[in-house]
Design a binder for this molecule. Structure first.
Ligand code: ARG
Length: 459
């Protein structure tokens, strides 16, 4: 028997049930559903809607149902439309008619909204811990490469020498923002919908502050229509998860490029790369490609949910059942990919000689312009003279730094023999020591601030 069959003469069609039922995916909410129900039973007894003894019976019964789920003993039955139906059906089998009192003043509308918020809070905490582990791994590799030089790129064109730690640490701060977004999304998820009924509120004197306290919610919803329909928290969670996906994808893209033999800057550990079934020499960066690929899924889940929400009339509509699949999928996808990426970073081997060999002397052209600026020339003019030097070198068929002092003095009489100090990659990086720059000195401070961030804000 269904929970709502009273006014119907015919049982629902099997195809309708296949479409309508959500038990196949919402059964993973059983623990939060039961937690919400136990708190609700306590609230009903406080409101004198049920006796203390009835509440105790219900709560004990719920614990027994939970044990069946925990131990994989729970038997789903035809008619178990969703997790709420299944739990109540089994509760009533176990404790008798008193089980039927639990749903007084409650609707599955405020119930699912409560369940999903509880589930999301926990899931975002778990994702946050995974991102924190990645930040730790990034710091650990960076610490061994504070002095390692590599080409820095814009437009993927060689731009200026940077330190490898500086490159890796750039991702630390992306993930710091992602964690701030997760915690921000959490704060708006911590609002209790329970006690809103189907849409209009509860006619029983349910103490909603008490319920919020029991379930660990920070706030109580202010409007019952909004409470049963609000899925902003899912959209925000999906955005925060997508942004993590996008950052992982960008990290993955760098690692894919840099592990290509044409770059050769890094070597992925054997355990985290795969071979080709045909070409024995290949080392494929599959985990990175999957990270990049899964970002597409995460973004799809976000846009799918937003599209579901956009045309809905006031309060609950069954369309909202479509919130769970994308949320679960995004959390599951990150839960799968993150530990692998953390391990990839932890075991990442950098090849400093390959990085250094890729430094092109023309990457010091800005330094040459800065040299002239230090001699008093306006930067615009200095930029032009340095460009002329690059061209002159090309015409003479020598590398830029092989120009003689006479060559340079032909371009500007600001040049003197101290110019040779400019032609040094390490010195170029070391000059960029203003806060946030690539100089080893600045990167050491950056890493110290990153560590402080992890202890202060990331706890
Ligand atoms: N399975 C439903 C969902 O996920 C639960 C709420 C059903 N409410 C209703 N009035 N049929 O949204």
């Amino acid at each position: 028997m269904t929970l709502w069959g009273g006014a119907f003469n015919e049982p629902s069609d099997a195809d309708l049930r296949a479409l309508n039922d959500s038990i196949s995916f919402d059964k993973r909410l059983y623990a939060v559903d039961i937690e919400g129900s136990a708190a609700y039973a306590a609230a009903l007894s406080l409101a004198k809607v049920i006796t203390d003894e009835e509440a105790a019976q219900i709560i004990n019964g719920l614990e027994a149902v939970k044990a069946e789920f925990d131990e994989g003993r729970f038997q789903l039955q035809v008619g178990d439309e969703d997790i709420h139906t299944a739990v109540e059906r089994r509760l009533t089998e176990l404790i008798g008619a008193v089980g039927g009192k639990l749903h007084t003043g409650r609707s599955r509308n405020d119930q699912i909204a409560t369940d999903l918020r509880l589930w999301t809070i926990d899931a975002l905490h778990q994702v946050d811990a995974l991102v924190a582990a990645l930040q730790e791994a990034l710091i650990a590799v960076s610490e061994s490469h504070i002095e390692t030089l590599m080409p820095g790129y814009t437009h993927l064109q060689p731009a200026q020498p940077i330190t490898a730690a500086h490159w890796l640490m750039s991702f630390f701060w992306m993930f710091a923002r992602d964690r701030a977004r997760l915690s921000d999304a959490q704060s708006r998820t911590e609002v209790l919908p329970l006690g809103s009924g189907a849409l209009a509120g509860s006619p029983f004197s349910i103490d909603r502050e008490f319920l919020a306290g029991q379930l660990g919610f920070e706030f109580v919803s202010e409007n019952s229509l909004d409470a049963v329909a609000d899925r902003d928290f899912v959209a925000e969670a999906l955005f925060a998860l997508s942004m993590i996906g996008v950052h992982l994808s960008r990290l993955a893209e760098d690692l894919i490029l840099y592990s290509n033999p044409a770059f050769g800057y890094i070597t992925l550990n054997d355990r985290y790369s795969t071979g080709s079934s045909l070409m024995p020499q290949k080392r494929n960066p599959d985990p990175m490609e999957l990270a990049r690929g899964k970002a597409g899924r995460l973004i799809g889940n976000l846009t799918g949910l937003l599209t579901t929400l956009k045309g809905l009339p006031t309060s609950y509509n069954k369309d909202l059942q479509e919130d769970k699949a994308p949320l679960f999928d995004s959390v599951d996808s990150l839960t799968l990919i993150m530990p692998v990426i953390v391990a990839v970073i932890r075991t990442l081997k950098l090849n400093p000689e390959r990085m250094r060999a890729a430094l092109d002397e023309s990457m010091l052209a800005t330094d040459l312009a800065d040299y002239l600026v230090n001699k008093g020339m306006p930067f615009r003019e200095a930029h032009h003279i340095s460009g002329r030097a690059v061209r002159l070198a090309a015409e003479k068929g020598v590398t830029f730094t092989r120009l003689t002092l006479d060559d340079l003095r032909g371009l500007s009489d600001h040049f003197s023999d101290d110019v040779s100090a400019v032609f040094d990659f390490a010195a170029s990086a070391a000059r960029r020591r203003a806060q946030g720059g690539t100089a080893p000195e600045a990167v050491r401070e950056q890493i110290a601030r990153a560590r402080a961030w992890l202890t202060d804000e990331g706890e």
